[in-house]
Design a protein around this ligand. Structure first.
Ligand SMILES: [Zn+2]
Length: 119
């Protein structure tokens, strides 16, 4: 389904701004369909006719062009892409959905997931 797509940077507003600039430069020069709010970027995908693969490619190429962001990963859930470092080197602490057992290292991801259950 096309519609609003969100890129969440897990509280990193500086990272969000870099991604916003990177994406805008490539797909939305006039800053009409891509907007930023604190650590979240919103993309009006219907207007831009962006596919999931194109969004993932944009984020992956952004990470690859920034060597200092090594270890950062893009995790997609529904229409939310979370960009951050999964805490796998630290003590891996997975958050678990109490309804179905789904696990994720990201709080944002878990909240988004719970939404899907209608909680
Ligand atoms: Zn669940």
């Amino acid at each position: 389904m096309l519609g609003l797509l969100i890129i969440n940077c897990a509280g990193d507003t500086q990272l969000a701004h870099s991604i916003y600039t990177y994406i805008s430069d490539r797909i939305d020069n006039c800053h009409t369909f891509v907007s930023i709010k604190e650590d979240e970027i919103e993309i009006d995908r219907a207007e831009l006719k962006l596919t999931d693969e194109e969004v993932k490619m944009l984020l992956d190429s952004f990470l690859q062009s920034n060597p200092e962001l090594e270890g950062y990963k893009v995790i997609k859930f529904e229409n939310i892409y979370t960009v951050g470092i999964p805490p796998e080197n630290a003590k891996l602490e997975l958050l678990t959905c109490e309804m179905c057992g789904y696990t994720t290292p990201f709080y944002e991801e878990l909240y988004a997931h719970r939404w899907a259950h209608g909680i």
